[in-house]
Design a protein around this ligand. Structure first.
Ligand code: FES
Length: 237
């Protein structure tokens, strides 16, 4: 098989046809930040954090879904690339609850880590918040759509690895939510409680139900805590 020759950040790289720019860069020791990407499971180019500059292209390209081509010249760390990644992350965070201090995934959250990496110390944008309440109906998992960034890693792993498809994107536009069909609570779905979704979730949008989660819920809203523990997820507006 003949290999594709390209240049990434001035480094001559050879890659197998069909390899993404992200993978080729990784093989050459060049790290490109990602958020929605899960190798061979979720390669959908939705978060736009992995943007790179490709010579000759009119816009920045998502490296996780851009295949290498012969003679390609890629730059992964220009001021424009860094600025675009940072802006995209700021927009993703614009409707994210500011609960890091009491969040069960704090210090183990990809969003938090990436914000630090990209130099985001304060939020410039504040958007409308998710209209969905946390779902405590599962015996083992908490589903918190307010913290979901719609990367769909959980959906892909549930469908392609576990082959259960207990959750999928529902509704449209800003109201899109990853949930069981008909917005049923997770406790009523065909979920087998394998925890794969929680494992790949980059935030606390799906996390294990443990003592920390219980404490977090009580701190977040002591009055609602009792109600949402027993009631199905409801849409607030
Ligand atoms: Fe490439 Fe999300 S990692 S678009």
């Amino acid at each position: 098989m003949s290999l594709i020759n390209l240049t990434i950040d001035g480094v001559q790289v050879q890659a197998v046809p069909g390899t993404s720019v992200l993978e080729a860069a990784g093989q050459a020791g060049i790290k490109i930040p990602t958020l929605c990407y899960l190798k061979e499971i979720n390669e959908i180019g939705s978060c736009r954090i992995c943007l790179v500059e490709v010579e000759g292209a009119r816009t920045l390209q998502a490296s996780c879904v851009t295949p290498v081509t012969e003679g390609m010249v890629v730059r992964t760390n220009t001021p424009e690339v860094r600025q675009a990644r940072k802006l995209n992350l700021e927009l993703i965070m614009s409707n994210h609850p500011q609960e890091c201090l009491i969040c069960p995934r704090s210090t183990n959250c990809e969003l938090q880590q990436l914000a630090a990496e990209l130099g985001i110390s304060e939020l410039r944008f504040t958007g409308a918040m998710s209209p969905y309440e946390p779902d405590f109906s599962s015996p083992s998992l908490v589903r918190d759509p307010r913290k979901c960034i719609l990367c769909r890693r959980c959906v892909s792993v549930c469908e392609n690895v576990q082959q259960v498809s207990a959750i999928a994107p529902q509704e449209r536009g800003f109201d899109t939510v990853v949930a069981p069909a008909f917005l049923e609570p997770l406790g009523n779905a065909a979920c087998v409680n394998c925890g794969q979704c929680a494992l790949v979730c980059p935030t606390a949008a799906i996390h294990e139900k443990d003592q920390t989660g219980e404490v977090w819920a009580a701190l977040a809203d002591p009055e609602k805590h009792v109600v949402v523990q027993t009631a199905p997820a409801v849409r607030v507006s």
